[in-house]
Design a protein around this ligand. Structure first.
Ligand SMILES: O=C(O)CCC(=O)C(=O)O
Length: 280
């Protein structure tokens, strides 16, 4: 697919699959690393890069980032990332249709969501980097094409959570990347195979999205808690030492949430109030 075809697919269906972004050997190596990391214990929140950097060299892959930049411009960046294991359960019942959801900031459960009707604008571009094959048997992601344009949000709405006749299982080989508009109604399937389904979720967004609303201990989190809400999300800062070790091409996508970039002493904060040097 060329860039125009990918943008058209996002516009019409709300998703497409880019095959072969990782070679089979790369997918296998990153899969092993991801499993090893997650087997050590749960990783909370969505900055898996603090724990595992095996996918990092690929996150600025032109085949993915050209789409993100076409939509969000040069300031586009990675807003969240997670490593995911879906353990096998051969005896499980098949996935019940329905159960579809959309991704932040469109969700209706958090204190920093956008309510409906949803504006017709792409914000969160979700990518699932398949490290094993995605098959119907192992619970590959299910999407309902076109729902990203519905302006409705199925989260928390039983009527909308009913099965859609268009539900489509995204089957593709390891090394593929599923790219979708975060407003697209989607769900994980049930892994009824005998092996794990493994993938990274990487979310790209615009420079203007306030991800601070997802940062643990941020002012926004404290305000949400004070208002009686469960603070929305847990997207902790990226450790500076990890950031320093990453390949140069990926750093521009991540530098906005490096821990040291946000840390300011009280004295620095006070001095900045009266600092007019920007205007000189
Ligand atoms: O397991 C999957 O394929 C889907 C996961 C999902 O829906 C999500 O992370 O938002």
């Amino acid at each position: 697919m060329n860039l125009a075809e990918k943008l058209l697919a996002l516009e019409l269906e709300g998703f497409y699959v880019e095959e072969g972004v990782l070679s089979p050997a790369e997918a296998a190596r990153i899969c092993q690393s991801t499993e090893d990391t997650l087997d050590q214990g749960p990783v909370y929140g969505s900055n898996f890069l603090n724990h595992d950097q095996s996918l990092a060299p690929h996150l600025a892959d032109e085949r993915i980032v050209e789409v993100v930049r076409a939509i969000h411009g040069e300031g586009a960046r990675i807003i969240a990332n997670s490593g995911n294991l879906r353990d096998p359960n051969p005896g499980a019942a098949p996935r019940a249709p329905g159960g579809l959801h959309v991704d932040w900031p469109w969700g209706q459960s958090g204190a920093s969501h956008i309510g409906g009707p949803l504006p017709d604008v792409v914000i969160n571009i979700t990518t699932f980097w398949m490290l094993t094959d995605f098959t119907r048997a192992n619970g590959a992601t299910v999407v309902a094409p076109g729902t990203h344009k519905s302006r409705h949000n199925p989260n928390g709405d039983p009527a909308l959570k009913r099965a859609r006749p268009t539900e489509f299982t995204v089957e593709a080989p390891a090394g593929s990347v599923l790219v979708f508009d975060g407003r697209l109604w989607h769900d994980g399937g049930v892994n009824r195979s005998s092996s794990r389904r493994v993938f990274w979720g990487v979310n790209y967004g615009p420079w203007w999205l306030n991800c601070h609303a997802r940062r643990p201990h941020s002012v926004e989190h404290r305000l949400q808690a004070a208002a009686g809400h469960t603070p929305a999300g847990h997207w902790p800062y990226l450790k500076g030492a990890i950031f320093d070790s990453l390949p140069a091409q990926v750093k521009p996508l991540l530098r906005h949430w490096v821990d040291r970039e946000w840390i300011m002493t009280k004295a620095e904060a006070e001095a900045s109030v009266g600092d007019t040097s920007y205007f000189m």
